[in-house]
Design a protein around this ligand. Structure first.
Ligand SMILES: Cc1cc2nc3c(=O)[nH]c(=O)nc-3n(C[C@H](O)[C@H](O)[C@H](O)COP(=O)(O)OP(=O)(O)OC[C@H]3O[C@@H](n4cnc5c(N)ncnc54)[C@H](O)[C@@H]3O)c2cc1C
Ligand code: FES
Length: 245
């Protein structure tokens, strides 16, 4: 874990209530690691955890939804503002677990960490099928970006305003994709439904409200087959076999 200052390069609306935040490290030598960052916001006691959607030499891209006061305050910060950020937090998805073909399933902003991981899988020559689910067309993010990586991308919306009408589970059923390993991130209810319906093995990126974000407070603990685990430190990615669902 590292504490670093980042400059806001841009902070723009990209979908309904959703912002794309590009951050450049103020000091040289920043190299991305981990799965998520924890952002300090003036006036808020706790930092706010956000997954890293993409990373480049010296910077990262995050996608966040405005759901409360913290993310609202973040959305009002202009380019040039400086943020105090904990980086290098959490484990990531394990690319080596997939031998040939991967299925990535994202719900809402669960698509964000899957995008960076999709790039990794494609660079290793894996065949990747991506299925993304949103409430409505105006909430869709990253569709174009995923399509630039793989031609097997499907989008569903709960209200039918774009793509397959229904939940991602409906799209998975309809498409019956071929894969030898799957990876998913999104709302808990979606991941539990996938846990029941998807065959074979896979990994789940979990979310929990966080205190310290760095493994000290046990505020984010969950029960697994191998005992109590902290989502921030031992996760957020857990293997299917570990989960007590
Ligand atoms: C590992 C991890 C990665 C995350 N990645 C992203 C991301 O890429 N993009 C994104 O938009 N959000 C992400 N989140 C969720 C994000 O941290 C919360 O939405 C944010 O902290 C809310 O802050 P707030 O002050 O705006 O809302 P608050 O006022 O704190 O809460 C508003 C509402 O959001 C719910 N909420 C708050 N925190 C969480 C949480 N951690 N998990 C689930 N529900 C929460 C509350 O229960 C409440 O209903 C992630 C969370 C974790 C733990
Ligand atoms: S938030 Fe403190 S241990 Fe995870």
């Amino acid at each position: 874990m590292e504490k670093r200052k980042f400059n806001i390069k841009s902070n723009k609306v990209t979908a309904k209530n959703t912002y794309c935040l590009e951050l450049t490290a103020l000091e040289p030598g920043y190299k991305f690691s981990g799965e998520f960052v924890d952002i300090e916001l003036e006036g808020f006691y706790l930092r706010r955890p956000i997954s890293v959607c993409d990373a480049w030499e010296g910077g990262i891209t995050l996608l966040y939804k405005v759901v409360g006061d913290g993310t609202r305050a973040l959305s009002r910060m202009p380019s040039g503002s400086v943020l105090d950020v904990l980086t290098g937090l959490g484990n990531g998805f394990d690319a080596a677990a997939c031998r040939k073909s991967a299925l990535l399933v994202g719900g809402g902003l669960g698509a964000a960490p899957l995008y960076r991981f999709c790039k990794e899988l494609c660079s290793k020559g894996r065949e990747v099928t991506v299925i993304l689910g949103f409430n409505s067309a105006d909430e869709i993010v990253l569709e174009k970006e995923f399509r630039a990586l793989t031609d097997k991308v499907s989008v569903s919306t709960a209200d039918g305003s774009a793509g397959v009408k229904g939940f991602v589970t409906d799209a998975v059923r309809l498409l019956a994709p071929q894969y030898d390993y799957y990876y998913t991130c999104g709302p808990l209810v979606m991941m539990k439904a996938l846990h029941t319906m998807l065959e074979g093995s896979g990994e789940y990126s979990l979310e929990e409200r966080m205190g310290c974000g760095a493994g000290f407070c046990y505020g984010c603990s969950c029960q697994t087959l191998t005992g109590t685990k902290r989502i921030c430190k031992d996760g957020p990615v857990f293997k299917k076999e570990e989960l007590l669902w």
